[in-house]
Write a protein that binds this ligand. Sequence first.
Ligand code: CMP
Length: 140
Amino acid sequence: METTLAIVKPDAVAAGNAGKILAHLEQEGFTLRALRLVRLTRAQAEGFYAVHRERPFFTSLVEFMTSGPCLPVALERENAQAHLRDVMGATDVAKAAPGTIRNLYGTSIERNAIHGSDSLENAALELAFFFPQTERIAAR
Ligand code: CMP
């Protein structure tokens, strides 16, 4: 079994779509292993997205990610990292396949409803960012 990190982003939480997105993930066979509702500080958002620091959208992304509460969640499933990326759809909502979470709930390339770790290596780092091992609940 693999565990990966998703963040239901501030746009989706503010729109009242967090529960629907969690239900969508559960229907895709993910088990919730840890869950928080957090308002990221600027330093936390800059740290989490440090890899994008030089990108033109970085300032706007940090602004957006600190604009309201978001919902980081540890998700367990076979092939969890790759499957979550499939279920989310493309970063750009306009290119996200029908029925994907970003297609259903995102509104722009930035306000795209959900984040998912882009590799197993980053999943480990991003899980540790939000959840110490002791906060993750054993599924069985
Ligand atoms: P995410 O998968 O969380 O990773 C980086 C985020 O930056 C991305 O989703 C979007 O929310 C945001 N973003 C804004 N503009 C762009 C862009 N042009 N390309 C990629 N990501 C962008």
